[in-house]
Design a protein around this ligand. Sequence first.
Ligand code: GCU
Length: 615
Amino acid sequence: MTVSRRTLLGGSAAGVVAVTLPAQANAQWKAAAADQARPLLHLPSRSKMSLEGEWRYILDPFDAAKRGDNARRTFWKNFRPPETGPLVEYDWSQSPVIDLPRDWNSHAPELQWYDGPVYFRRTFNVTLVPGMRRFLAFEGVNYHATVWLNAEKLGEHEGGFTPFAFDVSDRLKAGENAVVVCADSRHHPEAVPSDYTDWQNYGGITRAVWLVDEAATRIDDWFVRLEGDNVVVDVALVGPDAANAPVRVELGKLRLRGRTGADGKVRLSVRNRLALWSPENPVLHSFYVESGGVSAGEKIGLRTIATRGRELLFNGKPVFLRGISLHEEPIGPVGTRRMREADARRLLGEAKALGCNFVRLAHYPHSEIMLRVADELGLIVWAEVPVYWEQIRYESAHTLGLARSMLRDMILRDRNRCSIGLWSVANETPQEAARTRFLRTLIADARTLDPTRLITAALNKNVDVGGAKEGESRFAVTDELGRDLDVLAINQYEAWYSKRTPDQIDQVSFTTPYDKPLMFSEFGADALARHRGPRENLWTEDYQAWLYEENFKLIDRTEGCVGLSPWVLKDFRSPRRWHGRFQQFWNRKGLISETGVRKAAFASLAAYYARKAGR
Ligand code: GCU
């Protein structure tokens, strides 16, 4: 049984949540996942044509086109009747143009807060090549995508931050083809994330679209990692000649050879002799894989990450994570989700300027380019799926299925990125049985898909067991989920959402009974750039810097603290930030403003990180 999107959006049947037993939940997940278009991995390494550029679009605020098959509004059919009719109430050639990929919210002022379906269309020319496989690949469409090619429906995808693709080899025609995408930004009650977050829900085709060419038998996937002293490489071929095929791999000066099994897969391993990647020395090696004349390549780094009691070990040595959190929003006066390489370099460049060796990419899988730049610049990454806050329907099979497919697709897309050290399965979620069961399922999936990385989650429901003196707080991280995590991460907003002032942060301490590393994944305060004043005044850069200074003392005296990623690198758009002077729908906890102005706390954190790095 799969629950249709229309029903989920409260079409006919009101209230759709179904509580199911694990086995059934699994079956339903399989059903839901089967419906869900899957990603074509390793897009940067494939031969492809970009479908970026001019597309036309039609807004459908009442979702009318999907209400019954009515020729007057079946946009995906591109019906062009003669002047005498029949009546059709759209004409793509007369519809507005948008330069994709990008969100529509930053495209036109009247669309800033639009939340609903938008149809996009473009044409492209193709020369058919016998035997060639062709894929229409999307890197990200927020939130739900329905895709047609030449008026035929290809399928759907739910989730705004993970890739998906359709095999269109038998659907393309020689010459002009037309693709139509309905991107619906609405988040139904069982969505992931829910419709209530502290960031702008940028709608649309927000990441690149490609037409990918592949041989009949393609190199579908590879996973390169260190296991102990060995480099291990899994290669998977798909196609008629996938079984029993010779495979050749080069990684730097290492050479590996083997033959696939009946399932088209092979695991190769060799003792490692290559330099390891680290933030101080982000060395990447050329990776090349070939089989049957088909080949692919990319840059890959090798490293290990592990825990030992309360220590975090990177390449076997204790490490302290000097981090910062950030959203996927480029520096610029208008908030947008359009992330090009230069934008990623600028954002992560600011993190490097802070002296960071770590970034928390919140709260969803960021663009692949962000991870590749992090590999290059030497930044360890925390990557996360948007299981965010208590509004998530933890008892829903559909929601669990979505979260599992998002986690799966994030890990499959990014597990060759050496920068990624931690997979996060959640942010600030309630300590309830359904939630814990939900997250334990995700954690088990992550460990199966990638046993080489650490699992974490941002926790904020910590118990104040009371301090030694009056007015003191001793927060104990006792969340039962802690048992399943490798690193415990704390979100705390002392002296912002709590009634304390920064100087009273010395009344606060954090402990945990778990023999595991702790880190502070969020703390911070809003400040309007260039708004200065007495440090006691909220919204000033001075208050923010003061709060940071006092948090540094808390961090230094927290036993087993292995790092931090303050909230947040840059002011970002949020529909929940209403202050007419200090916010204007920007969350102002950035250390830089939306246009890149560095606030006083930027220097505070940079100085702290210089001390931590012994510089
Ligand atoms: C939360 C949350 C963030 C949010 C931040 C804030 O902890 O994780 O997404 O933006 O606090 O309140 O600024």
